[in-house]
Design a protein around this ligand. Structure first.
Ligand code: AMP
Length: 381
């Protein structure tokens, strides 16, 4: 069974009349208090599963969904009850039951076979429709395929085939854009993309470790000393572009979603001590837009700056608009990048918006995910 073997499909199952199907979904949706009770504020992930639920109902099956929801760490903590999600699901698709938060049991994250077996007991089939959770070897992802015939849901299938064709046969030029805070988390993907893409643009807080590897001063910007030499090696390939200027604040200023009123400072290639870079500068914006313009394929993950703070959203917005207005096949992943697109009203302008941030990064980096492997290796295929 190789990585390129197709994922098992639920279309090959015959009549589903009277059959019970457990569908693992990712309904880890945002909720907020509305009129005194918790309500789902973005039901995109629930709506995305409705066609599957409706098809299974039409074929005569009884459908039960299960999801994790927040991080209750293996104990029953009603702040993480799926109740608000269950209510919204009931409004959108009556007839689909939703189990309580999988992570109320310590067996879920421990990948406990007994917990997995108890979940799937009484079901005839299992469908994994949770691409965004498939990089985690948790019981609800790993155990059911060992016990009953199992298949990939349509959204998971689409995520995998989109990312696979983008990595294996991209239209060129292929431009990858990687941003966000954590260089430790994203260096692996930059390395892989530097080999596969024609150009890799690196922005966000992670770019300062790259800048530092060139001997530039970065003040108190985000920095991880463990990765300096690796960043230098990646830059020596010659197809990785990093910001040439920055915008930021002096140390001690407040920034973030709540904003602040300290004056924004512009820096050239070097950021002096006592200051921190929080967005790419205007020259970098121009360079990045020029690099994006000729692309036929674009993969984007991670913001160019602290976009949650209006003062530092310009770089992310400019890149988002450049990608949206290009003729390239564009794939965007990662919760923060998707939130940024929504804030700029651009989510409809991309070819594909991936639901799984961590999962899509790991898929690009390693070429497979534990949950996909579990489906492919099921003895019932
Ligand atoms: P990640 O989860 O690694 O994709 O990082 C996303 C977060 O990175 C967002 O919350 C941004 O505010 C943050 N971020 C982006 N650029 C910077 C920067 N220059 N300094 C600090 N945080 C940043």
């Amino acid at each position: 069974m190789t990585v390129s073997s197709p994922l098992p499909s639920y279309h090959r199952w015959g009549s589903l009349v009277g059959k019970r199907i457990l569908v693992r979904v990712d309904f880890n949706t945002p909720v907020a208090e509305v009129n005194g009770r918790q309500e789902v504020t973005d039901d995109f992930r629930i709506r995305a599963c409705l066609p599957l639920f409706e098809e299974l109902h039409e074929r005569g099956a009884t459908v039960v969904a299960c999801t994790h929801f927040g991080r209750p760490h293996g104990v029953v903590d009603l702040r993480y009850s799926v109740e608000p999600v269950r209510r919204r699901l009931g409004e959108l698709c009556p007839g689909v039951a939703l189990l309580e938060n999988l992570r109320f049991s310590p067996g879920e994250e421990a990948n406990d076979p007994q917990f997995g077996a108890s979940l799937i007991k009484g079901f005839d089939y299992y469908i994994n429709e949770a691409f965004g959770s498939s990089h985690r070897a948790h019981a609800s992802i790993m155990i059911p395929p060992t016990l009953v015939p199992s298949a990939a849901g349509p959204n998971l299938q689409r995520e995998v085939s989109t990312l696979t064709s983008l990595l294996e046969s991209p239209q060129r030029p292929f431009v990858a854009i990687v941003g966000g805070a954590k260089v430790a988390e994203k260096l692996g993907i930059v390395k892989v993309l530097a080999q596969k893409a024609d150009t890799v643009i690196v922005g966000g807080g992670m770019a300062y470790t790259f800048a530092s590897s060139q001997g530039r001063s970065i003040g108190s910007s985000l920095f991880n000393s463990s990765f300096v030499s690796e960043c230098a090696a990646i830059l020596s390939r010659g197809n990785v572009i990093i910001p040439s200027d920055a915008r930021g604040l002096s140390d001690g200023s407040s920034f973030g979603a709540e904003g602040g009123d300290d004056p924004v400072v512009e820096f050239g290639a070097n950021i002096p001590d006592g200051f921190e870079g929080l967005d790419i500068g205007p020259q970098s914006v121009r360079t990045f837009i020029e690099a994006i313009a000729p692309a036929a394929t674009i993969l984007w993950n991670g913001p160019m700056g602290v976009f949650e703070d209006r003062r530092f959203g310009a770089g992310t917005e400019a890149v988002a608009r450049a990608v949206a207005s290009s003729h390239a096949v564009s794939v965007v992943g990662g919760g923060d990048s998707v939130a940024a697109l929504k804030a700029y009203g651009l989510e409809g302008s991309f070819s594909f918006v991936s639901t799984g941030g961590g999962a899509s990064l790991e898929f690009v980096e390693l070429g497979d995910l534990p949950g996909l492997k579990a489906l492919r290796e099921s003895q019932f295929n």
